[in-house]
Design a protein. Sequence first.
Length: 270
Amino acid sequence: MQIDALLDVSALSPVEGSSGYHEWRMLGADEEPLRHRALEAFNSFQNELAGILGRRDRMRLHTLQYGAGEALELIEHRAQTKIATINDAKSLIVDSIAESLDTLLRLDDPLENTVLVMPDASALIDFSNLDDYHVGFPSVRLLMSPTVLGELDDLKRRRGKRDEVRTQAQEVIRRVAALGDQGDLFQGVKITDRIVLMTRSYEPRANTHSSWLDLNVADDRFIASALEVFWEHPKARVLTISGDFNVVNKARAAGLSAVHAALALGDDRA
C-alpha cells in the first residue's frame, strides 16, 4: 500500500523549543513519488466516500472528513505535527480509513450483492438482443441511463446512418418500450429468468464528478451516470459495457469495472 510505503521511509524529530511539536524529515528524490502516490490513493478514496455519503448522510460525512483532514496532513508531511512517532501516524491514518469503511459497511442498500450491468449505446447497437446481457451471471439487473436511451432514440431517427445501425437502435427501443408497458421500469421489469431491466429518470448532476469528465459529451455522461449508480448502491457490483475501448478505458480510470462488449457478449464469452 502506498501509504505504508511512504511511512516506512519517513521520520519525525522533535522541534527544539516547541511544546511537543515534531517535524518531518525531508524526503529524497527517490522517496517523493511515494508521497504523491499515497496522496492520490487517499484522495481517490475520500472522493468515492463523499460520492456515496453525500447522498445519504451528510452529517456523518462531515465528521469523517474532519478525521480525514488530520490523516491527510500526515500523508502530506505538512509542516509540524503533535504526532510523535511513525507508528502513531500510521495508527491515526488506519483508524480514519477503518472508520470510513465501517460506515460504508453499515449502509443499507436494497441492491446489495446485485450485479448491475450498464451498457452504453455502442454496446447495444453491436449487441441488440437484451436477452444476452446476463453476461454469464446467474442474475443481473440491466440498467439503462437517460443518456443511452437518448442516443438510441437519436440513432433510430438520424438520416444518413447505416440501415443496420438504425435497425438495431429501433429494435432496442421497441423492446424497452414494450417492457415499459408491462411494468414499472424504474423498479424493474423481468426480461428473462436471469435479467431484470431497469431505467433511470435523470441525467448525472453537474459539479459532482471528476474535472476530466465533460458532461456535454455523451460518453462522459454515461460514465458519470455509472458513477452515480455506484455511489447510490455501494454494495452492488456495477459493470459497464461499451463497444468503444476508449470508453472502457475512461470508465476504468474513473474506478468502475468495465469490459468491451465483444468480450462480454461475443460468441466466445464464458
